[in-house]
Design a protein around this ligand. Structure first.
Ligand code: NI
Length: 171
């Protein structure tokens, strides 16, 4: 299990560097990310969330064929619509909010061996790809909300942090 970094940690705000070496260490790290994500009951996990500032993420929507790792991904096409969907994030646990995004995307990426592939996604998979891809640019789902809603979420997070701290102290 890898440690998951949380809102407030600098690594979540840095733009990530491209993956250059597709070696055994990367394969092992990717496996560990899949395990960590599933253990945490998430559907996606990006490298910066485990403290690694590199452009890759893993996805498992629990649907057949939708357990995928994306290296150096680029979203090359999005649909013209903009639809709401309630998002959460393993780096901001306990907070959820509707976020507007296109419902379909085409993504180009490399697989674990560095081989290029193109994927068209819709539904939950399209949603998770966009959310995780944002992480690689240091962006979180709360940044996609309007200022007022973002402030509300940030305040909620700070309140929750204080509560958790108190709980830890009392143990
Ligand atoms: Ni996230």
């Amino acid at each position: 299990m890898l440690d998951i970094y949380k809102l407030g940690d600098d690594v979540l705000r840095e733009p990530c560097a491209r993956v250059a070496k597709f070696d055994n260490a990367l394969a092992m790290l990717t496996d560990a990310m899949f395990e960590t994500m599933i253990e945490a009951d998430g559907v996606g996990l990006a490298a910066p969330q485990v403290g690694i500032s590199q452009r890759f993420f893993v996805v498992d929507t629990r649907r057949e064929g939708e357990r995928i790792a994306f290296f150096n991904p680029e979203i090359i096409e999005t649909s013209d619509d903009n639809v709401p969907y309630e998002e959460g994030c393993l780096s901001i646990p306990g907070l959820y909010h509707d976020v507007m995004r296109p419902s379909r995307v085409t993504v180009q990426a490399q697989d674990i061996n560095g081989k290029s592939f193109t994927l068209q996604a819709s539904g939950l998979l399209a949603r998770v790809i966009q959310h995780e891809n944002d992480h690689l640019d240091g962006k979180l789902f709360i940044d996609r909300l309007d200022d007022k809603e973002k402030e509300k979420m940030t305040a909620l997070w700070q309140k929750k942090q204080k509560k958790d701290q108190k709980k830890r102290k009392n143990k």
